[in-house]
Design a protein around this ligand. Structure first.
Ligand SMILES: Cc1ncc(COP(=O)(O)O)c(C=O)c1O
Length: 297
């Protein structure tokens, strides 16, 4: 099940009473109003971040998420209308306004703002900023996956930007769901595994932790970076490279990462079961230690 959409059973009903931040004001989600001419709506022009709030530890890797938002916005030519300190205060206000003290998912969405109906973003000069937060329940213990061709190539700038245009990912997820799977693994035209639709991929083979390299079309996830650091500090050799589906099927264990689900084992690929092993749990424990030690409350 999509860990981001899973934030509520029926997102509209469950979240109508939520308070959100919209362009500097807190307002109920049910009353939030964004012009139809917003280029986020018309053309998917915008960036977003999804982060996890941990009770007692705060939002993990908040600075890294805000930095990725800034970089993505710059790539799309959107100016973020708030300083980092203001954004942090706004996030805290949203959590407080919704009485969110348990595990929560926070989403920041920055779109280019309203512009002309014909596609000309040079006239979009008032970006729209939204911050939402909802209680978050982590997903089940493992994911069934299917493979699909990657919608991107290496030279696609969009692969590395967490942008609002998720259509190709959504369609792939829909296909996964129809096949009873939870996530998609994208494979590029050369047969190399890239990433999931909202996740990065890792697998253990022998004593080494493998992950697709950044030369492939993928989002360099913040969790991915932490897992690489943690593995190295645990003395587990890591390597970034090009790996086939066959490499993955022969792995000793494999898992997916993102900021909400953390680390989740892969149970199968295209209905072929995958081996499970102890490394994901060990890395998960270290990840939780890191979350606590980086507490920013
Ligand atoms: C396409 C894609 N890859 C990877 C990730 C994982 O990124 P992160 O670890 O920063 O959450 C995401 C997150 O949503 C994503 O959308």
């Amino acid at each position: 099940m999509n860990p981001e959409i899973q934030m509520g059973k029926n997102p509209i009903d469950d979240h109508a009473c939520l308070k959100i931040f919209l362009n500097g004001e807190l307002c109920p989600l049910s009353e939030a109003w964004i012009p139809l001419q917003d280029y986020g709506y018309l053309y998917g022009m915008g960036v977003f971040e999804t982060m996890r709030f941990y009770p007692g530890a705060g939002i993990f890797a908040l600075d890294a998420h805000l930095e990725r938002l800034r970089q993505g916005a710059r790539t799309l030519g959107i100016a973020i209308p708030y300083a980092v300190t203001d954004l942090k205060m706004a996030i805290a206000e949203v959590l407080e306004a919704n009485h969110l003290t348990g595990t929560s998912a926070i989403k920041i969405i920055l779109s280019a703002g309203p512009g002309p109906l014909r596609p000309d973003p040079t006239h979009c000069d008032t970006p729209t900023m939204v911050i939402m937060a909802t209680p978050y329940t982590p997903p089940q213990q493992g994911f069934q996956t299917i493979t699909r061709p990657s919608p991107h190539t290496c030279d696609s700038i969009l692969a590395g930007v967490k942008n609002l245009n998720y259509l190709a990912y959504l369609l792939a997820r829909q296909q996964a769901k129809q096949k009873g799977a939870d996530e998609v693994l994208f494979v590029d035209h050369g047969g190399c595994l890239c990433e999931g639709s909202t996740t990065n991929l890792f697998f253990m083979k022998g004593n080494t932790l493998h992950t697709p390299c950044e030369c492939l079309p993928l989002l360099d996830g913040i969790t991915r970076q932490y897992v690489l650091q943690i593995a190295e500090s645990e003395g587990i050799p890591t390597t970034e490279g090009c790996h086939s589906v066959t490499d993955l099927l022969m792995a000793d264990e494999a898992f997916l990462t993102n900021s909400l689900i953390e680390l989740v084992p892969i149970l199968s690929v295209d209905q072929t079961p995958l081996a499970t092993g102890p490394i994901v749990e060990r890395l998960m424990e270290c990840y939780h230690t890191r979350v606590r030690s980086d507490a920013n409350l």
